[in-house]
Design a binder for this molecule. Structure first.
Ligand SMILES: *Cc1c(COP(=O)(O)O)cnc(C)c1O
Length: 393
């Protein structure tokens, strides 16, 4: 009898022949429902990875899927040079979520996190006529040639030098280094309120407040990169809300479309209008389908109180992780459903064991397991994950 291949093997053979060479997948996912995701052999996983903090309202969410399908039958594309009913509805709804006192009422829409960070850097240049930036060690801003200058990880950055911008990397949470490196040549300081890729490190309140004061004093802008922390994940719509700061620009992406590609740069009026006409643009940004998807995600967050849920279930999750009291764990960090568990050793074997047991997670650096599940996560889901963890750590 000829050996029969599994569905997974068949698919991965094709993948191995044609993928870009950047990844070597060993699992195939075919569908999901809520916080569960299923592989090609039908095995079920609790999804604490969610496409890296993307599937905010859960997989195969009815309201989101219907909104996309209905919009696709009506109109998919409408350039930002033309008005769109669904884009206007999205602007309006997003504005209800963005704290009024932050004054971030001007929106540029694109299709990914890097794209809106790119836009923020250009806006900062246009607004200040300066070309230097400040970002943080361990920070991640994207891997396009512009954003890469502000991304810390050397292996991402060094092969592509020289990069587009001069940038100083400061120690995260060091007010002293902010004071030293932010000068009257600085266009903007870009910071994540909670570092995501870098290992789930929340900022100290004094640090972000100092960043606001020092940038203002020296004529530089403050950009908060909330691509991972935004859209309710931390228990507030923006993590910045915990810090009482008003940034000039905030970027959102990952969770905003619930899986549909979209990025948003929200700006103050003054910043937005500093860009010369034609100074930036995009073909797909602000398209009707993305607007419908993001609108549906915000409606779902609102009607199901998902921000509050992220806070409550996140607090419970952190508490249960701490209660594991494992000698292998050094620290549990995070806010809401953006949680990092720092281990004393490399986490790859634990992530593999969790996957084997039916829980998908991802690392954030070599020694941190990241939990960024859909915002619909429940205490029962937490209990199920903790149960699996008990057998592993
Ligand atoms: C993911 C991420 C980005 C890049 O977003 P892409 O959509 O992958 O381009 C930028 N900043 C932060 C904080 C991120 O988490």
């Amino acid at each position: 009898m000829p050996e029969t291949k599994t569905k997974t093997q068949e698919i991965l053979e094709i993948d191995a022949l044609h993928n870009s060479g950047l990844w070597a997948p060993n699992i195939v996912f075919t569908h999901g429902k809520g916080v569960k995701i299923y592989d090609a052999e039908g095995k079920e996983y609790i999804d604490c990875l969610a496409g890296i903090a993307v599937a905010s309202v859960g997989h195969a969410n009815e309201h989101l899927a219907n909104a996309i399908a209905e919009q696709a039958k009506k109109l998919m594309i409408c350039s930002q040079a033309h008005g769109s009913d669904v884009r206007a509805a999205f602007y309006k709804k997003l504005n209800e979520f963005l704290p009024t006192e932050m004054g971030l009422n001007r929106i540029f829409m694109a299709n990914s996190g890097s794209e809106v960070n790119e836009a923020a850097l250009k806006w900062a240049r246009a607004s200040t006529n300066r070309n230097r930036f400040v970002s943080a060690k361990r920070g991640f801003s994207g891997r396009t040639l512009g954003t890469l200058a502000l991304t810390w990880e050397k292996k991402y950055r060094e092969p592509f030098e020289p990069l587009a911008y001069e940038n100083d990397f400061i120690k995260y949470n060091s007010i002293e280094e902010l004071d030293k490196y932010v000068t009257t040549d600085t266009a903007a300081v870009l910071l994540e309120p909670i570092q995501g890729e870098g290992g789930i490190y929340p900022a100290k309140k004094e640090f972000l407040q100092a960043a606001r004061e020092i940038t203002k004093e020296r004529g530089a802008l403050l950009i908060m990169d909330e691509i991972q922390s935004g859209v309710g994940r931390t228990g507030k719509f923006l993590a910045s809300e915990y810090y009482d700061i008003k940034a000039d620009m905030v970027t959102l992406a990952k969770g905003l479309g619930g899986g549909f590609p979209i990025g948003v740069l929200a700006m103050t009026e003054e910043t937005a209008l500093s860009m010369p006409k034609g100074g930036h643009g995009t073909t797909f940004g602000g398209n009707a389908l993305a607007s419908a998807a993001a609108l549906a995600v915000l409606e779902e967050i609102e009607s199901k109180n998902l921000i509050e849920n992220a806070k409550n279930v996140g607090d419970y999750f952190m508490q249960e992780l701490v209660k594991l009291n494992s000698p292998k764990i050094r620290e549990v960090r995070g806010k809401g459903l953006m949680i990092g568990v720092q281990f004393k050793a490399k986490v790859a074997p634990y992530i593999a064991a969790l996957k084997e047991s039916g829980v998908m997670t991802i690392n954030a650096g070599a020694t941190v397991i990241r939990f960024v599940p859909p915002l619909i996560f429940t205490r029962n889901d937490v209990d199920a994950v903790i149960d699996k963890l008990k057998g592993i750590v």
